[in-house]
Design a protein around this ligand. Structure first.
Ligand SMILES: Cc1cc2nc3c(=O)[nH]c(=O)nc-3n(C[C@H](O)[C@H](O)[C@H](O)COP(=O)(O)O)c2cc1C
Length: 421
């Protein structure tokens, strides 16, 4: 039997096969219909055979969302309401992990005009802003978290994980990449702390340790607890960053501290398209709704230009490359005994099987193509040689920031709607 079809145990979770839907924001929000919105995508994915769905980043605090469509999981009631979707995915044989995090400096109030006006408190951060970023944060005060606040945040991660377990989720993943708050703690680009959470790689990584301890205490030691680890970061010239070796050390520490699996990924210290790679998201000027929403979100010319430049420069510097994290996950797999998740530019059944049969990773994730092909899992599991419908145009990327539904926005892509379609 191909490894792809074999089950995998991750902490308390048994996953029926090795294919997962990587977290790509769904824009489901936090209204009472959120579970239905998630179910609309996830049930079709599970029916087509996907082993695991990692739900996109959901926020542990009211004021940490990076976009208006991001789901809040800051109360037990909100998390339990999502249980209806989890049950529906289970009925199709799939498993779901809840990804949990906080935007930190990139909470939407830092850039999204209507929300910036309403924000009550400052943006949470590990330290004062790096000098180079200060001109972009003039209207948003920043609060370097105290040591006690870091421990309180870890407790909240623990509570949310306990609620997730109660709601039926099979596990959690920390949203610890993509320049969000935990990533900001991990990288020396943002973290200049002098307490036990700053300094060496181990000290910067300690935030993962206290969160892991809180999750074990609140949700149970065995509850599947997984983490994304930034490796070989891109940062502006002459600024500190997580190197390849630092990233591998963080992976080792995550294993030592009891995480059940890691997803090592190449990232930038800025929230640009390094994490997705692909084309310039031309939807920003071709899609009238996105164009209008961007104007509303960033009404000043300077703000608009900074965001546009981020998208354009990020994409020019990061053209699509198939399986671009291969050396990163292969090396983590070589060094660790816990499961390693692969993600980044993986598209074909041959690539998926090659990674698994070569012993390069234990789970293989695909992100954007799920927006275009709800039944993608059936094609990968069936070994279909058909190319993916996703064109890596990144038309979907601005939608998540602008609070729109997570789906494929490229008019040239013919979407499938479900396993039975
Ligand atoms: C619109 C969009 C939203 C994303 N949201 C998340 C997220 O919430 N959490 C996360 O860890 N990664 C997120 N990612 C990154 C994906 O999980 C994945 O790593 C990336 O898209 C590369 O994989 P792919 O080439 O298969 O799309 C997002 C990517 C896109 C395009």
């Amino acid at each position: 039997m191909a490894i792809l079809e074999t089950p995998l145990q991750i902490g308390s979770a048994r996953i029926r096969n090795r294919l997962y839907r990587a977290p790509v924001l769904e824009g489901a929000g936090s209204l009472p219909d959120a579970a239905k919105q998630y179910a609309r995508q996830f049930v079709a994915n599970a029916r087509a055979g996907v082993g695991l769905i990692v739900q996109g980043n959901s926020c542990i605090y009211e004021e940490g969302r990076t976009s208006p469509g991001m789901t809040l999981v800051n109360t037990r009631e909100r998390v339990l309401r999502l249980g209806e979707m989890v049950d529906a995915v289970h009925a199709e044989g799939g498993a779901v992990f809840l990804q949990i995090g906080h935007g930190g400096l990139y909470a939407m109030e830092a850039w999204h005009h209507p929300y910036a006006e309403e924000r009550k408190g400052p943006l949470l951060a590990p330290s004062k802003l790096p000098l180079a970023l200060r001109p972009a944060f003039l209207r948003a005060p920043v609060h370097p978290m105290t040591t006690d606040e870091v421990y309180a945040m870890a407790t909240r991660f623990g509570e949310v994980s306990a609620w997730a377990r109660e709601a039926g989720y099979d596990g959690v993943q920390l949203a610890s990449g993509n320049a969000k708050l935990i990533h900001q703690f991990l990288t020396p680009f943002y973290n200049r702390r002098t307490d036990e959470f700053g300094g060496s790689v181990e000290n910067r990584g300690r935030v993962l340790r206290v969160i892991r301890e809180a999750i074990a205490e609140h949700a149970g030691e065995d509850y599947a607890c997984t983490v994304k680890i930034p490796v070989d970061e891109k940062s502006p010239p002459l600024t500190p960053r997580i190197s390849f070796d630092d990233g591998m050390e963080l992976c080792r520490l995550a294993q030592e501290w009891g995480y059940h699996a890691v997803t090592p990924v190449r990232l930038s210290v800025l929230p640009d398209t390094t994490l997705t790679k692909g084309d310039i998201p031309a939807s920003l000027w071709r899609n009238p709704t996105m164009k209008r929403r961007l104007r509303e979100a960033a009404p000043s010319r300077v703000q608009w230009a900074v965001l546009m430049a981020g998208y354009v420069v990020g994409s020019v510097r990061n053209p699509f490359r198939p399986v671009w994290n291969r050396d990163v996950f292969t090396e983590a797999k070589r060094r660790l005994s816990i499961p390693v998740f692969a993600v980044g530019g993986i598209r074909t059944a041959d690539e998926v099987n090659g990674i698994l049969e070569g012993g390069e990773a234990d789970m293989v994730g695909i992100g954007r193509p799920f927006y275009a092909e709800a039944d993608l899992a059936a094609r990968i599991l069936g070994g279909s040689p058909e190319p993916r419908r996703c064109l890596n145009s990144n038309f979907c990327v601005p939608a998540e920031m602008l609070g729109m539904k997570g789906t494929c926005y490229n008019p040239k892509v013919k979407k499938t709607t479900g396993a039975s379609s």
